[in-house]
Design a protein around this ligand. Structure first.
Ligand code: DX5
Ligand code: ZN
Length: 217
């Protein structure tokens, strides 16, 4: 079954607990937490203290997307703060295999994100070191951008590359209910959505609508 991961980037940061409770009520499967450093991406968001604060307010798994340079320097702090999954960008890791092993050794699930211009083949030699792949369908840095259609073909190629391995394929950026069905058909197992959820009048309903669209016959 497809998983829905609301991205808190588009939530009200001054009322995070309330917004998180809303998407929990809508049946969200996990929370996507976007960490930006102003170097790997032009924007700056949050750090481990906010992850620790969120951890106290929800039982949902926390999927922490690190859009930062040298992520290996901060992986231990994010795991200690309560991250269940830590995703690093292949473009930000000089020693990707080492960083993935580090995440697993600390007890979290190891993820790799691919920018829109990065091919799935960048992962060819770390396929057994991965628990999830995050296919970026926008250039990372901001919520509310438009979905880049080449992500469809990338998900399909990635699924072939992964073969029978049980690796989650997540898609992040510009995901709305009207894309959910085709992304599920491509092979995505998790849909990340920020503005489509928290920009809606009722975020709980928005989560339900994305799930319904993804699973519609
Ligand atoms: C973009 C982030 C996304 C973003 C998605 O850099 O990684 O997780 O919050 O937001 P929407 O769904 O609005 O594109
Ligand atoms: Zn993200």
């Amino acid at each position: 079954m497809i998983k829905i991961a609301p991205s808190i980037l588009s939530a009200d940061f001054a009322a995070l607990a309330t917004d998180i409770a809303r998407v929990e009520a809508g049946g969200a499967d996990q929370l996507h937490v976007d960490v930006m450093d102003g170097r790997f991406v032009p924007n700056i968001t949050i750090g481990p203290v906010v992850v620790a604060a969120i951890r106290k307010r929800t039982r949902l798994p926390l999927d922490v997307h690190l859009m930062i340079v040298e992520p290996e320097r901060y992986v231990p702090e994010f795991v200690a703060a309560g991250a269940d999954m830590v995703t690093v960008h292949v473009e930000a890791c000089t020693h990707l295999q080492r960083t993935l092993a580090q995440i697993r050794e600390l007890g979290a699930r190891a993820g790799v994100a691919l920018n829109p211009s990065t091919p799935p083949s960048a992962l060819e030699f770390v396929l057994d070191d991965l628990d999830l792949v995050l296919v970026m369908s926008v250039n990372p840095g901001f919520g509310g951008q438009s979905f880049i259609p080449s992500a469809h073909r990338k998900i399909r190629e990635l699924k072939k590359l992964l073969g029978t391995r049980s690796v989650d394929v997540s898609v992040d950026g510009g995901v709305k209910a009207d894309l959910a069905r085709s992304l599920a058909e491509d092979g995505a197992s998790t849909l990340v959505a920020g503005s489509a959820v928290f920009g809606a009048a009722d975020p709980a309903d928005a989560v339900r609508a994305i799930r319904a669209a993804a699973t519609a016959a």
